[in-house]
Each structure stands twice: as structure tokens, then as C-alpha cells.
Design a protein around this ligand. Structure first.
Ligand SMILES: Cc1cc2nc3c(=O)[nH]c(=O)nc-3n(C[C@H](O)[C@H](O)[C@H](O)COP(=O)(O)O)c2cc1C
Length: 281
């Protein structure tokens, strides 16, 4: 996959997720995307709230604790960089000034060490009922681009909304994104067998997400206005799943749930799929 001036050695990448994963074979990957960080650490209910909905489907709880960019840079980045593959720091913020601030911090502290950033487009002001829209995506991307400079790589990660994803992607493209990632988790709810336990709200990932994420990738790849390369993200467990994403128009894939359920899966798929060249290249 070509990202600006950077060529990924392999189409298999590690998606944004907790970095306390087994690192065996990560040097084979195309890239590593860190867990999302914010400028200030965000307290949450859970350190790592992950429920297994069924064999290959997870729900990770809303209200997870979020690390600060500073902790990532000081404590985790050196280890992630030691694999020798491009590392993208995943960032989010509640509004445009927040995106500007965190991008400025990263540009100053680690601008030359990281390959770029991935922008997690979260809904601003959700409590007030506001929804993520193309204008916000454009302005957030632009704010990050202005801080990181014209050469840096900015991947914009979008939610799994097939009806709206083209508009959001156009916002990212107009704001100066280098690539898109489709998709992040799907809002869902999990009820355990214990009838007295409270329902858990969170984000669905893995097998159940894959058909929706494939549709999102397909929507993006079949819109002639959208010219950015696409990372397919959701439910990759096998080489056949990687091929499915490439057939739908992605140029690389990111893996989170598969790696969590089967540590070492990404490296194994990287060994199996290194030869897969997307049709569009
Ligand atoms: C445990 C867990 C933690 C995650 N944390 C993040 C995160 O910090 N930032 C982010 O953008 N996506 C996060 N995701 C979403 C994944 O990066 C990915 O977009 C999604 O899970 C779909 O891929 P998958 O089916 O391979 O898991 C997380 C997913 C899981 C399962």
C-alpha cells in the first residue's frame, strides 16, 4: 500500500487497540496503529472492558479509560517503534481545538519518529445529541493537517455507517487526509445470562462487524469522488477475509479482535498474505 511517500511492506496491519498484546512477529506487519489517546487521560469505568458476545465477536465497553498522549509517547511508543515498522498514533478529541492541541503535541514530541496519525472521528457533543457530520470531519482533519504539515500521513478512521460514510469520507478528503480506515466499532449492547446484571453498552467488533465494514469499504471504493486508499477494518480472521476486503476496494487491512482472540494472528496472516497486491495498485 502506498501512503504518500511511504510504502507499506505488507497489507496486514495491527488496528488501534490496547497495546499490551503479544508482539511476536510484529516486524512483519505493514504498520501498527496504537490505541487511541487523548490529550488529557480520560477516566473511565473500565481498564479493559471486553465481553465476548460469541466465538469471534467482541463488545468493548463504552467508558473505557483513555491514556494520555504523553503516557503513550513516554511509556509505550519506544517499544512499538522497536519492531521497525511504521507506527501511527491514534488520536481523538472532543472538538476541533482539542484535535489541534494533540496534533501539535505529537508534531513537537515525536514528529520524526512516527509514520503519522490516525484520527478517530468520535461524535462531538454526543451528550447534547449532536451527530458526527462531514463538516466536523473536514475541520478536524484540517486542524490535524495544519499542525503536522503537508508531508505527514493522516489516516481518518470512520464509523460503520454505510449510508453516511461517503459524505464523511469526502469531508476527510477535503480536510487533507492521506487515507481512510473503515471501520471503527458499531454501537451495540450486550446482555449477559445473568438477568440481574446491567446491560453493557459498547462497540461491536469481529465477525459480526465484517459484512457492515465490507459494505462501507465498497461504498467508498465505488464513489468516483473518493480517491484515497482504504484500510479495511472489521472481522479479519483469515487470508480469505483479507482477500474479501481487497476485492471490495481496500488496499490493506487492520486487525484488532482477531489479534485479541488469537495473539499472533496478524503476524501469521502477514506471512500468508504478503504477496496479495490490491487490484487497484
Ligand atoms: C479491545 C478493543 C479496543 C479497541 N480500541 C480502539 C481504540 O483505542 N481506538 C480505535 O480507533 N479503535 C479501537 N478499537 C476498534 C478497532 O481498531 C477496529 O476498528 C474494530 O475493532 C474492528 O476491527 P476488528 O473486527 O478486527 O476488531 C478497539 C477494538 C477492540 C476490540
Amino acid at each position: 500500500m502506498q501512503l504518500g511517500t511511504l510504502t507499506l511492506q505488507n497489507p496486514i496491519c495491527l488496528a488501534a487497540a490496547p497495546w499490551q498484546l503479544d508482539g511476536a512477529g510484529y516486524e512483519r506487519l505493514g504498520a501498527i496503529f496504537t490505541r487511541t489517546v487523548t490529550m488529557e487521560p480520560k477516566p473511565g469505568l473500565y481498564e479493559e472492558g471486553i465481553w465476548q458476545v460469541n466465538e469471534q465477536t467482541l463488545l468493548n465497553a463504552t467508558n473505557m479509560r483513555t491514556e494520555s498522549a504523553e503516557i503513550l509517547v513516554q511509556e509505550h511508543l519506544p517499544h512499538l517503534l522497536s519492531y521497525g515498522v511504521p507506527v501511527f498514533v491514534s488520536i481523538t478529541a472532543p472538538g476541533i481545538p482539542g484535535f489541534r492541541k494533540i496534533a501539535r503535541f505529537l508534531a513537537r514530541e515525536v514528529g520524526r519518529q512516527i509514520a503519522g496519525v490516525e484520527v478517530y472521528m468520535a461524535q462531538p457533543d454526543t451528550e447534547k445529541g449532536a451527530e458526527l457530520n462531514a463538516k466536523f470531519v473536514r475541520e478536524a482533519t484540517q486542524a490535524v493537517r495544519n499542525e503536522l504539515g503537508p508531508e505527514s500521513i493522516i489516516v481518518v478512521k470512520l464509523p460503520p455507517w454505510p449510508e453516511h460514510i461517503r459524505g464523511l469520507a469526502l469531508g476527510a478528503q477535503e480536510g487533507g487526509a492521506t487515507a481512510l480506515a473503515a471501520t471503527n466499532v458499531l454501537k451495540a449492547l450486550h446482555l449477559s445470562d445473568d438477568a440481574t446484571a446491567a446491560p453493557v453498552t459498547g462497540g461491536l467488533s469481529g465477525e459480526a462487524l465484517r459484512p457492515v465494514a465490507l459494505r462501507c469499504v465498497w461504498e467508498l471504493a465505488h464513489d468516483s469522488r473518493i480517491t484515497l486508499p482504504i484500510f479495511g477494518t472489521g472481522g479479519v480472521f483469515t487470508a480469505a477475509h483479507v482477500s474479501d476486503y481487497l476485492r471490495c476496494g481496500a488496499t490493506a487491512v487492520q486487525i484488532a479482535s482477531g489479534e485479541w482472540l488469537e495473539p499472533g494472528l496478524s503476524a501469521r496472516l502477514a506471512a500468508e498474505c504478503g504477496h496479495l497486491i490490491p487490484a487497484s495498485l
